[in-house]
Design a protein around this ligand. Structure first.
Ligand SMILES: [Zn+2]
Length: 125
């Protein structure tokens, strides 16, 4: 069984440090049983889900853009759209889960142990 990567764990703890009251109801590191039945970066510990909770400081409309600035990110899914860092273009996402309650971020396997701060670690709140 793979372990969650340091990079993904850091992403969620940075969000919690910035927004201690944020909801974590849709957070995820490793895949749930539905994820594990198919190929997912979660199964390798190379993806994280961050709960959208704008009332408590985590607005995924902003955090999705910030995630794309990080060199570890490969793609982001948020609110029925997907963006690959390779082209930086948001495109319609037609997956069964529309990702309207959390954003999904997949990271490069080679950078999974890079635990440096994510862009939201340095937001002034
Ligand atoms: Zn996910």
């Amino acid at each position: 069984m793979a372990q969650p990567s340091l990079a993904c764990k850091r992403a969620l703890t940075d969000a919690t440090s910035l927004c201690p009251k944020r909801s974590r109801i849709s957070d995820g590191l490793m895949g749930d049983s539905a994820h594990q039945a198919r190929k997912s970066d979660h199964n390798d510990g190379n993806a994280f889900d961050l709960t959208h909770d704008p009332d408590n400081g985590v607005d995924c409309n902003l955090f999705a853009k910030l995630a794309l600035l990080d060199t570890r990110t490969t793609y982001v899914i948020w609110n029925r759209q997907i963006c690959n860092v390779s082209d930086g273009q948001w495109k319609p996402y037609h997956g069964k889960n529309g990702h309207t309650h959390h954003m999904h971020v997949s990271i490069k396997a080679a950078l999974r142990n890079v635990a440096s701060p994510w862009p939201w670690a340095s937001i002034e709140s």
